[in-house]
Design a protein around this ligand. Structure first.
Ligand code: T4K
Length: 374
């Protein structure tokens, strides 16, 4: 049986009314500045610093180039400890810099890099740790910083999911040496494509700004083999509009999150992943874990939802360490990553986005509950 009702995807980008976009386009058309650090680019950097509660931010064309550049900016080499439970871009950014990723298992509750397992993976070649605030749930930032301080390692957070998240001491983006955001269409805050590096000081931002502009300092001076990572004026303008709607978008996400938790709570074998105690959450994803007590497997549930025209996603299956370019590495051996391997077999991310209607969410819940009645 296939469902004739409209499809529901795991996410849908928030798009403002086109009428709101036109005045920004008119300004771009009038001044003819399309890119290279134009007025909207500068305005968005300022607005994001204020909104996020951070000191310095460098906008990028996407999160992946921002990750690659963050590693360059800190001159990271050798080996970097990271999580296998993420989107491939996390580890790919290391390979693009000729760095060897060393995978360490995740914590069963937070699904983030397990700080208790990091030390055993440190070698004389280790220069940094690249943890991910997976689903926007903060890592154990204190424990990670303590290890980094003890071993003189840099910490670069892949904070692609963590827009607006605050832990007990303010923005989670202020932890580590650098934090990298993604503003991809599928993210809580999107600029179509986009990303950013949050930096602790003006000097680091300046170096990053050079690196994202081919290494140019002025017309005749190139100080590094930089890349073209600049955000365009269109994307920056769109970001300024998005910021006006972000609070309402996050509020709606919170409502959807709360309803899933309430209506799936009594289902045997369905566990809703908890947040990690953040003060302000962003509800960027809604991951559930499908355990053996549920009548059908995770993959059968995924297929069942598809029959109902509901396109949930298995983020993050397969593990990064299972992809061909990584699986030969000793640290990629599944026997060394038992928690990540188990979670990747059980996880399913349910649709969550501001425009998801109550009726649509009801369809998702009903399809999951339905399997228990068959
Ligand atoms: N680090 C982490 C931890 C990340 O999660 C990501 C990106 C990065 C780094 C890299 O940042 P970026 O370089 O991307 O800025 C998506 C995104 O493409 C990717 O950005 C994201 N993580 C990842 C978790 O998810 P796919 O392959 O699942 O995307 P796709 O095209 O299948 O989209 C999922 C659903 O979203 C679609 O079924 C429908 C909806 N959708 C998607 C797009 C692109 C729309 O409604 N409109 C759209 O324009 O990777």
């Amino acid at each position: 049986m296939s469902d004739s009702r409209p499809p529901i995807y795991v996410t849908k980008p928030f798009l403002p009314d086109l009428k709101e976009v036109m005045p920004y386009m008119e300004k771009i058309w009038a001044n003819q500045i399309l890119t290279n650090g134009g007025p909207f680019h500068q305005q968005l950097e300022k607005a994001l610093c204020e909104h996020l509660g951070v000191e310095h931010i460098a906008l990028f064309t996407n999160g992946t180039i921002a990750l690659v550049t963050a590693l360059q900016a800190l001159r990271v080499t050798g080996e970097v400890i990271t999580t296998p439970y993420s989107f491939v871009a996390t580890a790919h950014s290391l390979l693009w810099n000729g760095i060897k990723p060393v995978f360490v298992d995740i914590d069963r509750d937070t699904l983030n890099l397990d700080p208790r397992k990091i030390e055993a993976a440190i070698t004389p070649q280790t220069t940094a740790i690249m943890p991910v605030h997976c689903y926007g749930h903060p890592c154990d930032v204190e424990a990670i910083q303590k290890i980094a301080d003890n071993y003189n390692l840099k910490v670069i957070y892949d904070a692609a999911h963590a827009f607006g998240v605050q832990c007990h001491c303010g923005s989670v983006l202020n932890h580590g040496d650098l934090s990298v955001l993604s503003f991809h269409a599928t993210k809580v805050f999107n600029t179509f494509e986009g990303g950013a590096i949050v930096c602790p000081d003006a000097k680091t931002k300046q170096r990053i700004d050079h690196l994202k502009n081919f290494g140019f300092v002025d017309e005749v001076t190139v100080v590094a083999p930089g890349i073209n990572g600049k955000m365009s004026e269109f994307n920056a303008a769109f970001g300024l509009i998005q910021l006006q709607h972000i609070d309402a978008a996050l509020q709606r996400r919170a409502e959807i999150d709360a309803r899933y938790r309430a209506e799936l709570a009594d289902l045997p074998g369905i566990r809703c992943v908890r947040d990690s105690g953040e003060k302000v959450a962003n509800h960027s994803y809604f991951p559930i874990l499908v355990d053996a007590e549920y009548p059908i497997s995770r993959d059968a549930l995924y297929a069942r939802l598809r029959e109902h025209n509901i396109f949930a996603r298995r983020y993050f299956y397969p593990l990064i360490s299972d992809f061909p370019m990584y699986r030969g590495m000793p640290s990629a051996d599944p026997s060394r990553l038992p928690v990540a391997s188990e979670i990747a077999r059980k996880v399913l991310c349910l649709p969550i986005y501001p425009a998801l209607t109550d009726e649509e969410q009801g369809r998702v819940i009903e399809a999951i509950r339905g399997a228990c009645r068959n």
